[in-house]
Design a protein around this ligand. Structure first.
Ligand code: SAM
Length: 238
């Protein structure tokens, strides 16, 4: 679970709501058992359970440490919103792989209607939370509200390197990695099922985004971000 400062009192942390239910009912944990809690800033609280009541679980902090599972290089995925449940798959898998933030993007070929996206952000953040929990992440990656592709210029400026995966490109990712030894923040732009049109690629390139190939085969939109993230993990982390 992610804790906030209000839940900490001395060396005791009060846990209620869904996390309390999870600890007491699903995991059937008992006083004395160990538990690791994290804050949004990658700080970990290594605890043991002090008390479990109907209302809450109280954990006692034994050690505070920095979470070791976060990537040093931050990756931000700008994902063209796909149809149906595919965005959920993208979020779950990319959070497992270490993505720092996901920005759902509406492009010319996005078929999902903006009105249908209205209620999705809360659910998508919940999926991020679950995936972060299961992967032992030190933070819960934020899934932002959807943005229009033409509106991402400002967001991209924060990144040291921006890449757009483009199936018609011949430059491979290895070539790009060889040019950037340790970029602090990498933006990854992935198209929806119908891909990007030429104008969108030109617009992104005019913003300094580098088009790359992910190989000779066309990947599904939900595979492309995962593949590129895995390549980044391999290149900069392993
Ligand atoms: N029609 C399939 C689908 O339903 O998902 C494939 C869609 S593919 C055009 C979607 C996006 O994945 C592209 O816009 C691109 O960002 C990325 N992509 C897929 N294969 C790629 C490749 N071989 N190289 C670079 N990018 C790729």
């Amino acid at each position: 679970m992610e804790i906030s400062p209000e839940t900490v009192s001395g060396d005791l942390i009060e846990i209620d709501g869904e996390d309390h239910q999870h600890i007491s009912k699903s995991l059937r944990m008992k006083p004395g058992e160990g538990l690791v809690l994290c804050s949004g800033d990658e700080t970990e609280y290594v605890c043991d359970i002090y008390e479990i009541s109907k209302k809450h679980t109280v954990a006692r902090v034994e050690k505070i440490q920095k979470n070791q599972s976060e990537m040093q290089i931050k990756t931000i995925l700008y994902q063209g919103v796909p149809k149906g449940q595919k965005m959920e798959t993208v979020i779950q898998k990319c959070v497992e792989l270490g993505v720092d933030q996901i920005v759902p993007v509406i492009t010319r070929r996005t078929v999902v209607k903006p009105a249908d996206l209205d209620k999705k952000t809360a659910r998508w953040n919940k999926i991020s939370q679950e995936a972060a929990k299961q992967s032992g992440r030190g933070k819960i990656p934020l899934i932002t509200e959807p943005v229009e592709l033409k509106g991402i210029e400002e967001l991209l400026k924060k990144n040291a390197l921006n890449i757009v995966a483009y199936e018609n490109e011949t430059i491979g990712i290895k070539e790009i990695f060889s040019r950037f030894s340790h970029p602090e923040r990498i933006g990854i732009v992935i198209g929806p099922e119908g891909g990007f049109d030429n104008c969108e690629i030109k617009m992104l390139e005019s913003l300094g985004v580098i088009a790359v190939s992910l190989g000779k085969r066309i990947l599904r939109t939900e595979t492309a971000g995962m593949a590129l993230l895995s390549m980044i993990v391999y290149q900069y982390e392993l």
